[in-house]
Design a protein around this ligand. Structure first.
Ligand SMILES: [Zn+2]
Length: 87
C-alpha cells in the first residue's frame, strides 16, 4: 500500500481526522473509532449518504470531540471541515 493510499485509508470518512489505523481493509471495516467525531468504521460510514448524515448530525450537535484529549490546541471546526477530502 502506498503512503498516500495508507493516509487515505486512515482518514475518518466522516470528518477526515487521521485514525490510529485504517478504518477499512479492502471492503472489511476495522471498527476503528474516530477520536474527533466518534464515527465507527463499518457502522457510521457504510455509505456516502450515511457518512454525510453522520457528519451533519455531529456538526449540528456542536462538533464535540469524542476524545477531547486528542483535540489539537489550535483546532478549528471550520478549517477541519475545509480540509476534508470526502464526498
Ligand atoms: Zn471523524
Amino acid at each position: 500500500m502506498s503512503r498516500a493510499a495508507l493516509q487515505e485509508a486512515c482518514a475518518c470518512r466522516a470528518c477526515g481526522w487521521a485514525l490510529d489505523g485504517p478504518g477499512w481493509l479492502g471492503d472489511r471495516p476495522t471498527h476503528a473509532i474516530c477520536d474527533c467525531c466518534g464515527a465507527e468504521a463499518g457502522v457510521d460510514d457504510t455509505s456516502v449518504e450515511a457518512t454525510r448524515a453522520y457528519r451533519r448530525t455531529w456538526v449540528e450537535r456542536g462538533a464535540e470531540w469524542f476524545d477531547p484529549g486528542c483535540r489539537p490546541v489550535r483546532w478549528s471546526l471550520y478549517e477541519h471541515l475545509c480540509s476534508i477530502d470526502a464526498p
